[in-house]
Design a protein around this ligand. Structure first.
Ligand SMILES: Nc1ncnc2c1ncn2[C@@H]1O[C@H](COP(=O)(O)OP(=O)(O)OP(=O)(O)O)[C@@H](O)[C@H]1O
Ligand SMILES: [Mg+2]
Length: 461
């Protein structure tokens, strides 16, 4: 260990700035030739040290994987962005139509921010520059603080006539925030946006809009959208947030119904998730085999975070073995590593939901069957949909009375309300309270062998 670490230090202590998040191990290399290596207990599994010691090429490739597959960060590079053609087209159509604004809403983690991030690069207007300030709303924000953040990202050229000379002006570039000062109200915002809107294509993005608690700010924003629309101002507002419906995001939406285009972000389709893997592998000059690709797509349950997470570890596993083709064996390893990295609160919630002092209970298996059950809008599934996956997992026929109690228990606080119940008696539907729990449960099933490849393939999406 000491020898390989010494070699690692020599290898990485080059005069360059690289900050690489390599998962279980964080390596920071600074210009000062200082290398800080933080190891956690599970470091041998990832074998990054041996990758580093084996040569810089291999190590570089392993770190490049982390640039391509980013489970913890939204996509910001347009060429790594997959799918979402329908939603992109709808937002772009909205931007083109004067007086129209848009709201993107959907479950947590489906890719809303990623879409907002790549929008500007998809807006190609000849001879016009695109201005797309993006702010993240915070719970304590007010109308004034939100717009200050927007205007601090926009420049305004002011022209003052020069004293003594006719027809000459003094031009100065100022931050729009300095021009508007503290007197920010819907009408002031409208006037400033109409000036800025004449200088290019203007798109103002408010992400994490669900975090905004200030009702007055929401009302004032609805008034602003109405004023922009009524006055046909050349600027588009895009609201982005976690919600099942627009009314969950902005209660005042009725007053601006005609001006606000609603764009729901569903979970990603199989082909979109597959595209994430293909684009990533392409960048790395690697390839996911069909079996490996299908496995990752199926266990992601439409949530791209898991596609990135398992894709990342599977690619690293292949690199460590000098292989370019990523196989099912690499994915199996990767699932174990990815599970170890899942945040503690999810793991604790899973334990709370499935724990039983008795060994003959089937809480874990029923939860796995729920995670595989075909679901409809917003991830809701019926008890009948749990029957077939549970039968496949248990290897014997199960009918609804055999697991109805488990479903009920999962929707109660004692088991952490892992499932949310909706509907009326005899017509109950369920869904995972935290959508990110669903693929986690599938991965637990895959890692423990209770969900085999054939079960995973059968209950794919
Ligand atoms: N179109 C896409 N192509 C490739 N990867 C994507 C795409 N959309 C999302 N991702 C990946 O999925 C994960 C979640 O994406 P993102 O943060 O954009 O989702 P979100 O809906 O904004 O989440 P939240 O509700 O937590 O704000 C990230 O790892 C991101 O890189
Ligand atoms: Mg987001």
């Amino acid at each position: 260990m000491a020898r390989s670490l010494g070699r690692v230090l020599r290898l990485v202590a080059k005069p360059s700035v690289v900050v690489a998040d390599v998962g279980l191990l964080d390596v920071c290399m600074y210009r000062l030739d200082v290398c800080i290596i933080v190891l956690d207990k599970t470091w041998p599994r990832l074998d990054i040290l041996s990758l580093m010691a084996a040569g810089t090429d291999k190590f570089q490739k392993a770190t490049e994987v982390a640039r391509v597959f980013t489970p913890a960060a939204p996509v910001s590079e347009a060429d790594l962005f997959a799918g979402r053609m329908y939603q992109l087209r709808k937002v772009i159509d909205t931007i083109i139509q004067r007086g129209q604004h848009a709201v993107i809403f959907g479950e947590r983690g489906v890719g809303k921010t990623s879409l907002a991030n790549v929008l500007a690069s998809r807006l190609i207007f000849p001879e016009k520059k695109v201005l797309a300030p993006k702010v993240n709303c915070e719970s304590a924000d007010t109308f004034v603080t939100m717009w200050k953040k927007v205007f601090s990202q926009l420049d305004l050229i002011t022209r003052t006539p020069t004293i003594g000379f006719q027809y000459t002006f003094f031009e100065e570039t100022k931050k729009a925030a300095d021009v508007i000062g503290d007197n920010i109200d819907p009408d002031g915002v409208r006037r400033l946006l109409s000036i800025l809107g004449d200088t290019g294509v203007l798109l103002v993005i408010f992400d994490e809009f669900d975090r905004l608690e200030n009702q007055e700010a929401k009302r004032a924003l609805a008034d602003t959208i109405k004023a922009l629309s009524d006055n046909s101002v050349n600027a588009t507002i895009l609201l982005v947030g976690v919600a099942d419906s627009v009314s969950g995001l902005i209660a005042e939406h009725q007053s601006i119904e005609r001006a606000l285009v609603q764009i729901q972000m569903p979970r990603m389709s199989e082909s979109e998730l597959g595209e994430i893997l293909d684009k990533g592998a392409n960048k790395l000059s690697m390839k996911f085999g069909p079996g490996a690709r299908k496995q990752i797509v199926c266990l992601s349950r439409g949530l791209p975070h898991y596609t990135h997470s398992v894709g990342l570890h599977a690619a690293r596993c292949a690199i460590s073995r000098d292989q370019q083709n990523i196989t099912e064996a690499h994915v199996e390893e990767a699932v174990k590593t990815a599970l170890e990295e899942i945040n503690l609160s999810l793991r604790t919630a899973y334990d709370k939901a499935t724990f039983s002092p008795r060994t003959d209970t089937i809480y874990a298996e029923v939860l796995m069957a729920c995670a595989l059950a075909p679901a409809g809008d917003f991830g809701y599934f019926t008890p009948a949909a749990v029957r077939d996956p549970l039968t496949a997992i248990m290897g014997k026929r199960y009918e609804i009375p055999g697991f109805a109690r488990h479903l009920k228990d999962f929707s109660e606080p004692e088991r952490g309300t892992v499932l949310k119940k909706a509907g009326v008696k005899r017509k109950f539907r369920f869904r995972f309270t935290n959508p990110l729990m669903q693929p986690f449960v599938v991965m637990k099933g895959v890692a423990s062998g209770r969900i085999t490849n054939s079960i995973l393939g059968k209950f794919g999406e």
